[in-house]
Design a protein around this ligand. Structure first.
Ligand code: GAL
Length: 723
């Protein structure tokens, strides 16, 4: 080898070493996703290498493919080459297109905003603390667009999402730079063409849902996650939670008071004091307050009342459970209690066996699973280790879901439906029969949360606790009676429904109305279970709202074209119960409010009088009533009895209300109301139809049930409300 060759070789090595020590510019490749169609209007793609722990894997729930395939097939709703994916720096970068005028809904259980466009969120399980920043009780990574499609990012990590805030260099609508010095139209937020998501993992599964409507996209998402839950009928009655330290006799006395006040009651909830110790919990009955729990539960059952028990996840070292459970708990504690690792089968078995023996087998109908959401100050830190190997971050996102899964299965094994409460849920939990609640307690924001729950496959209750005035008390009672779970939670101060004597009658009236509406509400839930349509839902899921934004000519104004303006905005204070009822709550201090009535004629629920059509109306309902409207041809099946004399599982008489004049039909769902036999076909959808006879008068009819199908209908009377 010559001297020159050595020199050249030396130079090459030198250059190579130099190159290697330069900072790496970017080795990230934009990945083209392959969208596999899994059923009508549902496509799945994998970016990078998705983690095995995700929402659908952990919930273990299977998609309802038959129900999805029964929906109209649609084309892939986005332009594929505008979805960009890169795996870089141990993370997955995602970018989805966003059109001008498009609105985005969902992305967690928000309390103050409905439209999420323009927001930056970190989806992180937490107790809601007054800001819509992604930290809440159900940080579900699913969004639904006003353009009629939805996107689900199946990662149980803390996801950062920029919802139409940032502008790409290669935007379809190129950036138009304006001079801030002189141009008054300069804006700090120019049109953003994308939703960007940062997933802190080297891959993720993405699911896209087609429409054509936003409600269709949400329904497909719900069905993909197993369809909505169908609560037992008793779960839709009135609930009352008694003070923490109440004993069996105090609870039984309280129940007597309900009878005395002729106030309907379906479920009693016991708070921490049923346990011998709580915070941390023993999951064992307190022998002083409840010497004979079995007798107590059966006494309540004889009165037609179910019992629900409070618990939180953290197990006391003094609980019998700990002997077996300790090896399967996390490296940190909460309130000196052990944190069971529900990622392990052993934990599900040990706690499941205990709950079965001491609670389910003596007749407990369900649980309230508290404090599995967070508050960083007391929860485990993200460096906690769980023996299953599931990282603490994923545990935080999944814990409530895992508790729901375990308890749902316990009841399923007994062929009994349960209905309960939980403070943390997430994607994958659509079919679990749990309703979210919290300690935040803003009436107005509670309604916005109810609206938002309908975009993300969870249920929310605006539970009532206390109120400074009779007016607020009644207003809160009115809205809770139109929610998935009508409950007074008196755990702390022992309020009773009749705590404000000046509105006792009005509170009782709305609770009785709730009971009478159960056939209608139960059918709404069946539509949730069978077709994925949320029972209580946002106005932005109603046809004509937000989907027509490009059709308006001229400027939107609340005085010149109020209806056009209202239907293009987020709607935070009115909602639908099923297809036929529109509910517009009033808040303390209000005597008048505006209600936006969708297209088609709408009628006052109480009087049957015409209220408006594609209009913004002002109403002054008085304190007694929560404004409720029914669409033209709206059929509302109701129990004749007001709830005090209802017997579940027996034939009950119906009053079927009909509003407006348009001939219509409606499918009323029924089954035994308490078991899973409906999954094997033991249910009926009975057709109620209203047509005009030759004399021009409306006539109603109800179809018969097929032989051997459940038939709980006693006598049926029609009431034509608008005649
Ligand atoms: C809170 C919960 C309340 C009540 C209370 C009992 O965390 O939100 O509803 O159950 O605990 O200590």
């Amino acid at each position: 080898m010559t001297k020159r060759t050595y020199l050249i070789k030396g130079q090459i090595i030198f250059i190579l070493i130099g190159l290697m020590s330069l900072p790496v510019r970017s080795n990230a490749q934009v990945q083209t996703l392959h969208w596999a169609k899994m059923s009508a209007g549902v496509w799945v793609a994998k970016a990078g290498h998705p983690e095995s722990v995700n929402f659908t894997a952990v919930s273990g729930v299977k998609p309802k493919l038959d129900a999805i395939n029964a929906m109209a097939d649609v084309a892939f709703p986005l332009s594929e080459n505008e979805i960009k994916t890169t795996v870089f720096d141990g993370k997955t970068y995602l970018q989805f297109p966003l059109e001008p005028g498009e609105q985005i809904f969902g992305l967690g259980l928000n309390f103050q905003t409905v439209g999420q466009r323009g927001r930056i969120l970190r989806l992180h399980m937490d107790h809601y603390n007054g800001t819509d920043n992604g930290r809440n009780h159900a940080p579900v990574p699913f969004y639904a667009s006003s353009k009629g499609y939805g996107v689900f990012i199946n990662s149980a990590r803390y996801l950062d999402i920029w919802v139409g805030t940032a502008v790409t260099r290669d935007s379809k609508v190129p950036m138009d730079s304006r001079d801030r010095n002189t141009d008054k139209s300069w804006t700090s937020q120019p049109y953003s063409d994308n939703i960007s998501v940062l997933v802190p993992a080297e891959g993720v599964e993405i699911v896209v849902f087609g429409g054509p409507t936003t409600l269709d996209a949400v329904s497909r998402f719900n069905l993909y996650n197993g369809g909505g839950c169908l609560p037992p009928k008793w779960g839709l009655g009135f609930w009352h939670r008694t003070p923490t330290l109440y004993s069996d006799s105090l609870v039984l006395n309280e129940v007597k008071e309900f009878k005395k006040h002729q106030f309907p009651l379906s479920v009693i909830g016991l708070e921490p004091g049923w346990q011998s110790k709580s915070y941390p919990c023993t999951y064992e009955w307190d022998k002083g307050r409840f010497p004979n729990p079995e007798k107590f539960v059966s006494q309540l059952k004889d009165l037609g009342i179910q019992t629900n028990l409070w618990m939180n996840p953290y197990i006391s070292p003094e609980s019998e459970l700990i002997k077996k459970l300790k090896p399967f708990t996390a490296s940190f504690t909460v309130w000196s209690g052990y944190i069971p690792d529900y990622g392990l089968p052993e934990v599900n078995q040990i706690i499941g066996d205990h709950l079965k023996k001491h609670q389910l087998d003596i007749g407990i109908s369900g649980f309230k699973m508290d404090e599995n959401d967070g508050f960083d100050g007391w929860l485990w830190p993200d460096v906690a280790r769980f023996p299953s190997g599931i990282p603490a971050e994923q545990m935080r996102q999944l814990y409530g879901l895992m508790m729901q899964k375990m308890t749902t299965q316990l009841y399923r094994e007994q062929n009994k439906r349960t209905y309960g409460l939980v403070r943390a849920s997430n994607a994958g939990g659509v079919s679990f029969p749990y309703v979210i609640y919290n300690d935040y307690y803003s009436h107005r924001d509670f309604i916005t949360a109810l609206i938002n729950s309908s975009f993300i496959g969870v249920l929310w209750t605006p539970e009532v606790r206390s109120s400074p005035t009779a007016e607020e008390w009644l207003r809160r009672m009115q809205t809770v009676c139109f929610s998935p779970l009508a409950m007074l939670n008196a755990w702390s101060d022992g309020t009773k429904p009749w705590s404000f004597p000046e509105v006792e009658k009005q509170v009782a009236d709305v609770a009785k109305l709730r009971m009478q509406l159960i056939p209608y509400i139960y059918t709404c839930f069946a539509e949730y279970a069978f077709y994925g349509r949320p029972p209580m839902r946002a106005m932005n899921l109603v046809d004509g709202f937000t989907t027509v934004s490009d059709k308006v000519e001229g400027k939107l104004s609340s005085t010149e074209n109020p209806y056009a303006e209202a239907t293009r905005k987020e709607m935070k204070d009115q909602f639908m119960v099923g297809d036929n009822l529109l509910v517009a709550p009033l808040f303390t201090g209000e005597t008048e409010r505006k209600v936006v009535l969708p297209e088609g004629k709408w009628f006052d629920f109480y009087t049957g009088k015409f209220a408006g059509e594609a209009a913004v109306i002002s109403v002054t309902p008085g304190l007694d009533k929560i404004p409720v409207y029914v669409r033209d041809g709206g059929i509302i099946p109701m129990f004749e009895a007001d709830g005090n004399s209802l017997k579940w599982g027996e034939k009950n008489n119906l009053i079927i209300r009909f509003y407006g004049a348009k001939e219509a039909s409606y499918k009323l769902y029924d089954d035994d109301g308490e078991t899973f036999d409906y999954e094997k076909g033991a249910f009926s959808w009975r057709e109620i139809s209203v047509i005009k006879g030759k004399d021009g008068k409306l006539k109603g009819a109800v179809s018969k049930t097929e032989n051997s199908k459940p038939d709980n209908l006693g006598s049926v009377k029609f009431r034509f409300m608008s005649e």
